[in-house]
Design a protein around this ligand. Structure first.
Ligand code: ADP
Length: 259
């Protein structure tokens, strides 16, 4: 829910009744590091009023808290390697069991391996049989050129408080180094260092990109959007129109009146 300053409300404040969609959907945002999954997730949260589930954010939160999970995954994350399927599957399972996910959710950064993809399909099917309302999945693939990613990620900054993403070139804050929304000092992610980024991209090519074939085979709702050339806003407009296309306009009860 956007407040007067245009910020996106924390997930806990999202009102179920306010979502414009009429049946639950699981949106899977798929794309390499730097393809814009985090930014598009935030637009989708604001539009659809369903929560974003970012496995990267959840894992970083464990590291920040310094708990047992955080300590166990810290080295792998710092090196740009994936953490275990077992752990991520468990975190996602617990998160989507919470009531704010009943109307759907946006998966950002999950699934990332064939084992995770199979587990996700099983979880979605199990939800359907326990609640009678299986969230139909829609996969959105953000397609971005490798060189564009390297340029983009080297200028990336993030607000540690509200999570807003900035980019020195394409999306600078009004005041250098300061978040427009809450005045916090911007930071950059430790794993955005160029050598670590190259490792993350290599992992993506090896383990994650092949999942596109899995989605092509298992889902008839795969949207592929070129996210290299246009602004994030323009990419989002494309996503909206494609989503309306695959879901059918009658999915957008309240939104239709406003369109
Ligand atoms: P990006 O997509 O830009 O790489 P994320 O924030 O999604 O950034 O992920 C950061 C790191 O968190 C990954 O490099 C990996 O170590 C870990 N991670 C996130 N999601 C998963 C996942 N689904 N499976 C395994 N590791 C993950």
């Amino acid at each position: 829910m956007a407040n007067a300053a245009g910020a996106v409300a924390p997930v806990g404040e999202l009102s179920e009744a306010a979502t414009p969609i009429t049946t639950p959907i699981a949106i899977i945002l798929f794309g390499s590091p730097g393809s814009g999954k985090g930014t598009q997730s935030k637009y989708l949260v604001e539009w659809l009023k369903i929560p974003q589930i970012s496995t990267g954010d959840m894992l970083r939160e464990h590291i920040r808290q310094g708990d047992a999970i955080g300590l166990a995954i810290m080295d792998r994350m710092r090196a740009g390697s994936l953490v275990s399927d077992e752990l991520v599957n468990q975190l996602v399972f617990e998160r989507i069991s919470q009531p704010d996910c009943n109307r759907g959710f946006i998966l950002d950064g999950y699934p990332r391996t064939p084992t995770q993809a199979e587990e996700m399909m099983r979880l979605l099917a199990a939800r359907g049989s326990s609640t009678g309302k299986s969230p139909g999945e829609v996969v959105i693939h953000l397609v971005v050129d490798y060189n564009v990613i390297i340029t983009r990620m080297s200028g990336r900054r993030v607000c540690p408080k509200c999570g807003t993403l900035y980019n020195a070139v394409s999306r600078p804050p009004k005041v250098v180094g300061i978040c427009d929304l809450d005045g916090s000092s911007l930071t950059f992610r430790e794993d955005d260092r160029e050598d670590v980024l190259r490792e993350r991209l290599a992992q993506y090519e090896r383990q994650t990109r092949p999942l596109i074939e899995f989605f092509r085979a298992t889902s008839d709702r795969l949207i592929e959007v070129d996210a290299s050339r246009e602004t994030p806003e323009a990419v989002f407009e494309r996503i909206k129109s494609e989503l309306r296309g695959v879901l059918g306009q009658n999915q957008f009860g309240q939104d239709r009146a406003r369109a």
